[in-house]
Write a protein that binds this ligand. Structure first.
Ligand SMILES: [Zn+2]
Length: 303
């Protein structure tokens, strides 16, 4: 089991009072080091422009990488670009690339990317919702294009819908994207009738959703949809903002619920994909809940 991170991911600063702050990653790193001292840590490389261009437009690359602002600038109402943002975004996307390489070269079965900024709201052409590049989409495209995989799944359990990931792969039958998310909630996508080319399954769930209802949605709807695809690689958009303490949403999950779902996703990978799972950190905005949930998730990936 490998873990990828980079100190540059701490240098993306969206500004005072912003929920997506560097302390998030700091508490995750501290908690993982304490709970799992044998994790095999690697420094994330930078994603190349060519790797990013598999899913993003040249104009988004220019905005994120070439602006190099001296002070923070707003890309949308809650997404900001500062002096450290370009390097953080390159390392966050590069972590997923390196993790995919590691599992597909057989160096390791599973890998976790402890990175920020998160990615799943970023579309082909736009940064949005705290996200600059879509890290999990870049990782999936790398598995398809560089390694020749034909069936990759992305399981997104962040409390928000991964609108960017869905849009990027909506017409690509080589990828199945599945998500549970609170409804209604930002970004107001992910209705059940959004099915792409038959490769997307969404289960919106109301505020107050408990672990039992969350896990039932996966067991009854999403995991069978993934199993039927016989994926060669399982990618996870691992957001922990469905925790009952999270300030940005109103679900009632506990850390152990993330462990239960993770074990079920590992079982999918064991059945079809030689156990290969790459998980990338997305949201989670209550520091203690984020750290505990993330440890529960990574422990479930290890065992
Ligand atoms: Zn989220």
């Amino acid at each position: 089991m490998r873990a990828y991170t980079h100190p540059a991911c701490l240098q993306h600063d969206p500004g005072p009072g912003h929920a997506e702050r560097s302390e998030r990653l700091r508490v995750v790193l501290q908690a993982l080091e304490r709970a799992l001292p044998d994790l095999d840590w690697h420094q994330a490389p930078r994603a190349s422009r060519g790797q990013l261009l598999r899913v993003h437009t040249e104009s988004l690359l220019q905005t994120v990488l070439d602006t190099r602002p001296q002070q923070r600038i707003d890309l949308d109402a809650d997404t900001r670009l500062g002096p450290g943002s370009a390097e953080a975004a390159l390392r966050a996307a590069g972590a997923g690339i390196a993790a995919v390489d590691a599992v597909l070269h057989g160096h390791v079965q599973r890998a976790f990317c402890a990175v920020r900024p998160p990615g799943h709201h970023a579309t082909a052409a736009s940064a949005m919702g705290f996200c600059l590049f879509n890290n999990v989409a870049v990782a999936a495209a790398h598995a398809l294009d560089a390694h020749g995989l034909e069936r990759v799944v992305i399981a997104d359990f962040d409390v928000h819908h991964g609108n960017g990931t869905q849009a990027i792969f909506a017409n690509d039958p080589r990828v199945r994207y599945v998500s549970t998310h609170q409804w209604p909630l930002y970004p107001d996508t992910g209705a059940r009738n959004e099915t792409g080319c038959g490769n997307i399954a969404n289960v919106p769930l109301p505020p107050g959703t408990t672990g039992a209802a969350f896990l039932a949605a996966w067991q009854e709807t999403l995991l069978p949809f993934l199993d039927a695809f016989r994926p060669q690689l399982v990618l996870i958009s691992a957001g922990f903002d469905g925790h009952r303490l999270d300030p940005l949403a109103q679900w009632a999950l506990e850390a152990e619920d993330y462990a239960r779902l993770t074990r079920a996703l590992v079982a999918v990978a064991d059945r079809h994909a030689g156990g290969r799972v790459v998980s990338l950190l997305e949201g989670g905005y209550h520091l203690q809940a984020l750290a505990e949930s993330c440890v529960a998730h990574v422990q479930a990936l290890v065992f």
